[in-house]
Ligand binder design. Structure first.
Ligand SMILES: [Fe+2]
Ligand SMILES: [Fe+2]
Length: 176
């Protein structure tokens, strides 16, 4: 109450920089949702590159970024988020469908990664990947996340795990 007049102070509860190992940056749902938004923006940017007849280098670079971001995102969901959901929500079929959708996306990602941007169907494959991902993201955000929020699972703790694994995987990708 003493801080009620200061909108900045009132949000500043446990802001101890020295313990940032355990600081919850984002809960699981907001971390995964920000990934979704980021990738959606990259797909929109890709469409603009195609419409603007951008050169092969720019398209290849963005496609590679999209594929890496999706690979990391799918992996943290499959390794951490989906197993946690399987234990906490009673909807195996929904999670099975999500994994099948990941499988289709991964096949397309592998194809794109083995192609050159000048190849026939390259842009189409990237854009269709965007459509798959859009559909999948809708299911996660409209069906899985609301159940996660109701399940009572510790989404903060799960967010820390997801963030850690994401950092590791991104570092591995940068080494390649
Ligand atoms: Fe997913
Ligand atoms: Fe997702």
């Amino acid at each position: 109450m003493a801080k009620a007049n200061d909108p900045f102070e009132s949000q500043d509860e446990d802001n101890d920089e020295s313990e940032d190992e355990d600081v919850v940056e984002q809960d699981a749902v907001s971390l995964l949702s920000s990934d979704h938004l980021e990738v959606k923006q990259m797909f929109e940017e890709y469409r603009q590159l195609v419409e603007g007849n951008a050169g092969e280098d720019r398209r290849a670079e963005l496609a590679a970024q999209i594929c890496s971001a999706l690979t990391v995102h799918a992996e943290i969901e499959e390794d951490i988020f989906y197993p946690a959901m399987r234990e906490s929500i009673d909807d195996e079929l929904l999670l099975d469908q999500a994994e099948v959708e990941h499988g289709s996306a991964k096949e397309l990602i592998e194809q794109i990664e083995s192609m050159d941007p000048g190849d026939a169907l390259y842009d189409a494959k990237v854009l269709v990947l965007g459509e798959y991902v859009e559909h999948h993201v809708q299911e996660e955000e409209n069906e899985i996340f609301p159940q996660a929020e109701k399940s009572g699972i510790d989404l903060d703790e799960l967010g820390v795990e997801l963030a850690e694994r994401k950092r590791e995987l991104m570092a591995e990708l940068e080494e390649d």
